[in-house]
Design a protein around this ligand. Structure first.
Ligand code: MN
Length: 204
């Protein structure tokens, strides 16, 4: 779903859960707009812009790093939303990290609770639209980064592991202006297995 199928076209991510499965943290109505309208539009805009460019047959991750202007925004939003939607589960297999990821979080943030508090705070203090990320740098250190608009840590050489969308379209129907409450509640549907698998890929 992330890798370009090599025909120059990306496809809308198929959600691995029913549209009402994440309620009340993310309602079916929000899923219908966020996945069915917003993400679909980013994918369509990206597919319309790619043909005839040198980036046409590259994997999405490379397009995100190499594209400029509107194509960079639409590629970024496509990748960011794929990573975002795939992290959640109605009944997460793991509600807390373990193993190497847990050890790295303890090392770099003191504890998982400290990490979650700081992550929510960074999401709340991001002015306007954007994304808060947990990313791994090339020294193997975990960082929380704030990226505005369609930004992705790949664009500064970091490896993205976890992300919360702080655009208002992600939460306004369900939480109105209560961004902090929404971000805290997202941790209740976060499947840490997904984040551990991403971390294992980075460590390879
Ligand atoms: Mn979004």
């Amino acid at each position: 779903m992330i890798t370009n199928p090599n025909n120059g076209k990306f496809e809308l991510l198929t959600l691995p859960y029913a549209e009402d499965a994440l309620a009340p943290v993310i309602s079916a109505e929000t899923i219908r707009f966020h996945h069915g309208k917003h993400l679909q539009a980013y994918v369509n805009n990206l597919n319309a812009a790619l043909p005839g460019t040198p980036l046409e047959n590259l994997p999405l991750e490379e397009v995100v790093v190499k594209a400029e202007g509107g194509m960079r925004n639409n590629a970024g939003q496509t990748l960011n939303h794929n990573l975002y939607f795939l992290q959640f589960a109605p009944k997460p297999a793991k509600s807390a990290p373990s193993g190497l990821l847990a050890a790295a979080i303890d090392r770099d943030f003191g504890s998982v609770n400290n990490f979650m508090t700081e992550f929510v705070q960074k999401g709340v203090s991001l002015f306007g639209s954007g994304w808060v990320w947990l990313a791994d740098d090339d020294q193997g250190k975990l960082q929380i980064t704030q990226e505005t608009n369609a930004g992705n840590p790949l664009q500064r050489g970091l490896h993205p592991l976890l992300t919360f969308d702080v655009w208002e379209h992600a939460y306004y129907l369900d939480y109105q202006n209560r961004r902090a409450d929404h971000l805290k509640d997202l941790f209740t549907i976060l499947d840490w297995t997904v984040i551990e698998n991403r971390y294992a890929e980075v460590l390879k």
